[in-house]
Design a protein around this ligand. Sequence first.
Ligand code: PEP
Ligand code: CO
Length: 459
Amino acid sequence: MPPLSARSSEAAPAGIDGWSPTSWQSRLALQQPEYPSAAALEAVLRQLGRLPPLVTSGEIEALRSQLAEAARGDRFLLQGGDCAEQFAECDAEVIAGKLKILLQMSLLLVHGAEKRVIRVGRFAGQYAKPRSEQVEARDGVTLPVYRGDLINGVAFEPAERTPDPERLLRGYERAALTLNFIRALIDGGFADLHHPEYWDLEWVRHSPFAAEYQRLAESIGDSLRFMETLSGERVGQTTRVDFFTSHEGLHLRYEQAQTRQVPQRDGWYNLSTHLPWIGMRTSQLDGAHVEYFRGIANPIAVKVGPGTSPEALLELAAVLDPSNEPGRLTLIHRFGARGIARGLPPLVQAVERARRRVLWVCDPMHGNTERIGERFKTRKFEHILSEVEQAFDIHQRAGTYLGGVHVELTGENVTECMGGARNLSEADLARAYRSFVDPRLNYEQALELAMLIARRMRH
Ligand code: PEP
Ligand code: CO
């Protein structure tokens, strides 16, 4: 009889090549919080290690095979969500809004680009943030930086900014609540969101592509109605949509606590999410994050950008994906509209020459962040679009395939990124700027981006 419960990572036997869920602890781990009480942290981690998983290895394997198809050019990955989820925004409307925008974007891509789409949320666990500085100073007072709700609070007060291990449990619980609601919405059909007559398309009038957008929305409506007439059922009830989760695997004790073996399958799975990724600041070849990631059985992603050399990338790929397994490795490039033409081609060529089977994804957000005055970080829609368009061109010329986009967005009507059909300006930012970290595309900007990507893929 196989054990009924997943085995936890404490007291784990060493895996292949000296890997175990704890082997990262002998490497330098950047971006980890320092807790005032080691005993309190250990007590929390023991609890986390016993709580049930959020996702299953079966779902993870299903995602891996879809990612392998995307790497071959047969699917397109849409990965999106907040830069950082906030505990206070674990709210029905906000979650439904995020699901709605991702679903609508994916429909535009399916119909406009005629590609099957893999939907992966940056949600249900995207609570920890890497930071460039260790501390923040205001009016002569210096406190630790905000590292995301999983670690400390955003308010500039000593108690809030002190890392609190209880937050690991609160984050885990909110991830579970989020995922539970998402699964329920999907199982319940969420069907109306398929129908363009329920879409908020007011903004379309402001775009130079108004007529084209309108035609696209109508043609989606027509094909859905056609399918419903054929089957005699509502689309949401006949076609189950898959949704997967992802987050940056930054806080290694947290990730380790949910790294388990499961009955009937080999290897160790991170069961807190389907697709964890390594961020730009923690992808050092000899660092703790790469050590942890190389041993888990999930498909994994790595951010690459300015400063990633072709040689380093090949070494990284060899460590993270030694058997060149389809679907295992996704490379998310983020150079910025001004850097991609110079930065991306050498990486693509090196990976191609080495005959590596990776999925290439463009993150047009993190290379395009700029500061406006003291208060706001923003991004311009035109830079975001330009980076995606250049990415399509570069991959096409290299004979590789741009298999997805990774975007920061929200279903809400925020004013954090500039431009788009309504041409949000600097003066608009203060009106509804809600992110504590990076600026997100709002509902309209996200839909517009999807329409423009679909348009580009069709041509
Ligand atoms: C992020 O995705 O929010 C992020 C911090 O990105 P990067 O690691 O690419 O800077
Ligand atoms: Co971000």
